[in-house]
Ligand binder design. Structure first.
Ligand code: C2E
Ligand code: MG
Ligand code: MG
Length: 814
């Protein structure tokens, strides 16, 4: 046997190593593609990758083999060569499959490595056995085993590196890994070649090299393979870049889609011609229509008639590339109106508008609350009438034109008389109902002629803008007075109130809103002074009256401190015996400068300002201690009557304050009588409760000025009262007016039926006294007996001293 010498063609070896490196790189990039793709594209990449990697590995070996020059004729069995290519490709397929997996465990790695190693070795030895030459091929078993081990080890390492690098590590690392794998692959080839030796029989002629498959063929195959590999690398690279772009685009699309799908706002996607392409769930919710219904209906049908034009204009602007935001209203599927805020956004692709997104937000609630807020800011919530702000604005608006153009106006200032009393006595519920009812009557009375507003409390203002001739305004004021004068029926109660109206006209009484309202207010006060339930046109002199009133109010506050009040007492006589049985305490104000001021003048003012409460307490205390002194002086058990005002009567701690005064003055409550008026008993339940509290103190109660009020006779029997005081207006005319005469007679007999005593007030003549006596009236009081007197005079009178001529004690039974 002759061992054949073999040597390698250096250029071919270099080429084979280069192919190994490029094939490894290609394998790496293919593995990446396989790992990054899914489904069919993964399979395609697996197939392409296997083909190029397999071809690469095979070509490396084949070129490596062709690089070996033997001194005998070498041919190849091309079927076996072809089969070795197939083995290389299949093995590469397995390897790519393994490294393309999402995770690579040790089991898979080793199994894959063994398969790849065996595959490569198999391909190699298959290639070797394809050699047809006049020599024997011998393998060194040790080196053969070593080459196999190297093949497996290199394969495992290669798979592992590929797996690690497949998710785009750094480019340098990847390339290094590729080159290393290539070197290892080449190393494996050449180490297994080292295990191979060629020998011929002794007689075989050894000549010069006779490679049929020459290095030129190896070069051709190698270069072609390289080209294929480079091409596949380029393809993989381009695909990778495209895939990345595609993925980004896909992600962007998904993000937008998700944003639209989950948006709380309705999103509509339109073509440039206004055809609806899509609508999200919020759009379905908002409109009540399903997506399919929305797509099949003309979009304009959604929009309320009055907004169709503007909506179309804004859509066209969006088509022209301008984004627009505007409010409109749509019709819900159930027919209700939805307030909408629209944003039209042009969809721009590569600089051209290709569609329009309309983003809509349901602002129905917001609009509603805006309207409510606006209404609340300009209207009174009790009556719903315009408030002061809106009223002033309206007046100012009407006055704002050029001087010559402004039409005459009239401002009526209206105050409800006695409202405070109704509110305090009947409760705020009834008070509010009353204000509402007044508002309705005012609105009906004024109609289209002007605006009615409530300024607050019981004050209303009316702006008359048409029919402002003095007679028409006067007629309107009279009509309002008449309307308000009709009793209101609220929750089964009849409530009677009146109104005082002041009128100021433009241009005579002022040329600004402030001046007109101020003057109308002044005139209203004048109407109040003039007995209420009436109207007054503003006059300049009214201001002076008002100033005086304000002054008086201030002085009233100081009068208590300055000790300017004092009491006088008017005797009350028992008609049957002619004896003085009681006195009524009446307050007087001795004003430092103005002298004596009548209670008729300052009591209403004190009542209005609340001053009546401390003043009333002072009266009670003074009267009780005076009567106590008289009792101590031996004037018998003289009764002391004290007037209560309605403010006092309604105050929560009335009973407590009286109890305190009785205790302080040590006065016998049996001798104290409290005078109330009928008007205080309007709230029957409350009056009864208060009266019982007072009766518990041991005092007696009388109803003053009886006959002038509105109290219902039917309630009289339920009130715990002791005496009725017939109002002096009946007594005064009783002898000349048959009506008054029969009223007086009726009151006396009615009171007696109810076990009440009767006192006649304001008796001025003997004839009146005689008439009362003949009808069985119990007591009387008036100038006929005596004017109200200072305390000292009462004492003298009672003791029968010198002032007896001022007091006329009628004979018993006269
Ligand atoms: P009144 O309680 O009905 O008092 C009777 C009024 O009639 C008193 O007027 C008295 O002077 C007057 N008078 C008495 N006899 C005659 C008469 O024969 N002819 C005429 N023409 N008048 C007579 P005065 O003192 O001016 O009081 C007026 C009203 O002021 C009282 O009416 C009472 O409602 C109120 N008033 C007086 N003092 C007080 C008080 O201390 N507290 C309260 N809350 N009111 C008082
Ligand atoms: Mg009285
Ligand atoms: Mg009276």
């Amino acid at each position: 046997m002759n061992e054949l010498p073999s040597h390698y063609n250096g250029a071919s070896v270099s080429l084979s190593i280069l192919i190994a490196a490029v094939a490894s790189l290609a394998a790496l990039y293919m593995a990446r593609q396989v790992a990054a793709s899914r489904g069919r594209s993964r399979r395609v990449w697996l197939a392409c990758g296997a083909a190029s990697m397999g071809t690469g590995i095979w070509s490396m070996h084949f070129v490596g083999m062709l690089a070996m020059e033997l001194p005998v004729d070498v041919r190849y069995d091309y079927r076996l060569v072809g089969l070795s290519v197939v083995v290389a490709i299949l093995t590469s397929g397995v390897a790519l499959f393994v490294v393309g997996r999402d995770s690579l465990g040790a089991g898979w790695l080793v199994a894959g490595g063994i398969m790849l190693g065996i595959g490569i070795a198999g391909m190699h030895y298959m290639g070797m056995s394809a050699m047809r030459l006049n020599a024997h091929i011998r393998y060194d078993p040790l080196l053969l085993a070593a080459s196999l081990l190297i093949a497996v080890a290199v394969s495992i390492a290669a798979l592992w590196m590929t797996y690690r690098q497949r998710h785009a590590g750094s480019r340098v690392k990847t390339t290094a890994a590729g080159l290393l794998m290539g070197a290892a692959n080449a190393g494996m080839h050449y180490s297994s070649m080292a295990a191979t030796s060629f020998a011929t029989d002794a007689h075989t002629l050894i000549g010069t090299a006779h490679q049929t498959a020459s290095p030129a063929l190896g070069f051709t195959i190698g270069i072609a393979t390289l080209l294929v590999l480079v091409l596949s690398l380029v393809c993989a690279y381009i695909d990778r870049v495209w895939m990345a772009q595609h993925r980004q685009q896909l992600e962007r699309d998904k993000r937008i889609e998700s944003l639209i799908r989950h948006s709380q706002d309705g999103v509509f996607s339109f073509t440039l011609t206004g055809r609806l392409l899509d609508a999200n769930q919020a759009a379905e919710r908002m409109t009540g229509f399903s997506r399919e219904e929305l797509l099949s209906m003309p979009p304009a049908d959604l929009i309320c008639e009055e907004f169709r034009h503007t909506t179309r204009v804004h859509f066209e602007e969006a088509v022209a590339g301008q984004s627009r935001n505007f409010d409109s209203a749509w019709t819900h599927r159930d027919g209700s109106r939805i307030e909408i805020n629209n944003t039209n956004v042009p969809v721009v692709v590569e600089g051209a508008v290709v569609g329009v997104y309309t983003i809509v937000r349901d602002i129905t609630d917001r609009k509603r609350s805006e309207r409510r807020m606006k209404h609340m800011a300009h209207h009174d919530d009790v009556t719903g009438l315009p408030n002061r702000r809106l009223f002033e604005r309206q007046v100012a608006k009407m006055l704002s034109g050029p001087t010559g153009d402004v039409q005459p106006l009239a401002v009526l200032f209206l105050d409800v008389d006695r409202f405070k009393f109704v509110n305090d006595s009947q409760g705020h519920d009834i008070g509010d109902l009353l204000l509402r009812a007044v508002a309705t009557r005012l609105r009906n009375a004024v109609g289209d002629a002007g605006i009615v507003a409530r300024l607050g409390g019981d004050e209303f203002c009316i702006l008359l803008s048409s029919g402002v001739a003095r007679e028409s305004v006067e007629a309107m004021a009279m009509r309002i007075n008449r309307e308000i004068d009709i009793p209101f029926s609220l929750r089964g109660r009849d409530i009677h109130i009146t109104a005082s109206i002041g009128i100021a006209c433009y241009p005579e009484d002022g040329d600004s809103c402030i001046a007109l309202m101020k003057h109308a207010d002044t005139a209203m006060y004048s109407a109040k002074e003039n007995g209420k339930n009436t109207y007054r046109f503003y006059q300049q002199t009214m201001n002076e009256v008002l100033t005086e009133r304000v002054q008086l109010e201030n002085e009233l506050r100081k009068a208590l401190e300055r000790d300017e009040f004092y009491l006088v007492y008017q005797p009350q006589v028992d008609i049957a015996s002619g004896r003085i049985v009681g006195v009524e305490a009446l307050i007087r104000w001795h004003h430092g400068k103005k002298g004596l001021i009548s209670p008729a003048e300052f009591i209403p003012l004190a009542e209005e300002t609340g001053m009546i409460v401390p003043i009333g307490e002072w009266v009670l205390r003074t009267a009780c201690s005076q009567a106590k002194r008289w009792h101590q002086d031996g004037l018998g058990s003289l009764r002391m009557s004290v007037n209560l005002s309605s403010r006092q009567f309604l105050s929560q701690d009335l009973a407590d304050s009286i109890r305190r005064i009785i205790r302080e003055t040590a006065f016998d409550p049996g001798c104290l009588e409290l005078e109330i008026t009928e008007s205080m008993t309007l709230d029957v339940g409350r009056a009864i409760a208060t009266l019982h509290q007072l009766k518990e103190l041991g005092v007696s109660i009388s109803i003053d000025d009886f006959g002038t009020g509105y109290s219902s006779l039917s309630y009289l029997k339920t009130f715990p009262v002791d005496r009725l005081k017939i109002d002096q207006s009946f007594i005064r005319q009783m002898l000349s007016d048959t009506n008054d005469r029969s009223i007086v007679a009726t009151i006396i007999s009615l009171a007696h039926n109810l076990n009440l005593q009767v006192v006649a007030e304001g008796v001025e003549t003997g004839a009146q006294s005689a008439f009362l006596a003949s009808h069985g009236c119990d007591e009387m009081q008036g100038y006929y007996i005596s004017k109200p007197l200072p305390a000292a005079d009462i004492r003298r009178l009672m003791l029968g001293d010198d002032c007896a001529e001022e007091v006329r004690i009628p004979p018993a039974g006269a």
